[in-house]
Design a protein around this ligand. Sequence first.
Ligand code: C2E
Ligand code: MG
Ligand code: MG
Ligand code: MG
Length: 286
Amino acid sequence: NADMAMYRAKELGRDNIQVFTEEMAARAHERLQWQEELREALAGEEFLLHFQPQMNLGTGRIFAAEALLRWNHPVRGIISPSVFIPLAEETGLIVPIGDWALRAACRQLKAWQDAGLPPLIISVNVSARQFRERNWASRVAEILKETGLEARYLELELTESLIMQDVPGAIATMHALEAIGVHLAIDDFGTGYSSLSALKRFPVRRLKIDRSFVTDIPLDADDMAITSAIISLAQKLGLRVIAEGVESEAQVEFLQKAGCDEIQGYFFSRPLSAEAFESLLSSARP
Ligand code: C2E
Ligand code: MG
Ligand code: MG
Ligand code: MG
């Protein structure tokens, strides 16, 4: 009986190992396939940017737009960055893809400026792999020169986890970016582990309160307390503060009372194609 059990365990074990390796092989294969497709997407210009307006609560004006990457896949259609950014990060392709997004965002804003649209800041997301590239700040400077956009119109969004991976290195790159005149923001603020004492050493201009704290306002008292605390922290440190993922009027009212400077979210506008954003901006013109 005991022998029998042993025998069956071995059999099972062998089967499990086989299943495991098959699954791993399938996953590796799938990853290679994605890698190939991402490379083709970059070469074939399948990426595009959408633009989500950011509104100043004091003036009611659009003062900035966040550039958000989209992949227009020839078969699968539009693919969300939450699907392909992790894949691009894993394969290292995020570096050329991120550069593409930065260049495209700068070029688009320059075109809007040349067309006489109201002044605007463009906000671009940066991944950790990109930020850690050697001399990344000079690459940003090159992209600005190449596209003709003045540095003061560009804001780069960094996450807390990106900064915390290597605080001294990040601070050095942040200072190099600041020196060329680019503004910096901390994205998804409150979800990472940046210590409050480190925060004062970061040359950032804005905090973006993560959507997860905003979603349940005005139902969740804890989230309201955290949001208010982030707003007053920002105020006391002399930083601007924007709330992400604002979807309702009640949230706008709460944020306004709490002293939040700016909002971004579906309540005001979803991310838009360049054309749709342009007509929104033209119609909002004073
Ligand atoms: P993120 O930088 O935090 O961008 C905000 C995300 O929240 C966007 O998702 C936006 O569409 C979504 N959002 C905005 N308002 C609302 C709202 O009211 N409700 C809800 N439910 N969602 C809202 P998206 O476009 O899917 O982007 C997801 C993430 O992908 C971004 O989060 C960012 O981390 C990353 N990403 C996007 N573009 C780039 C890029 O060019 N480079 C890099 N490295 N990452 C990017
Ligand atoms: Mg962002
Ligand atoms: Mg965010
Ligand atoms: Mg995010």
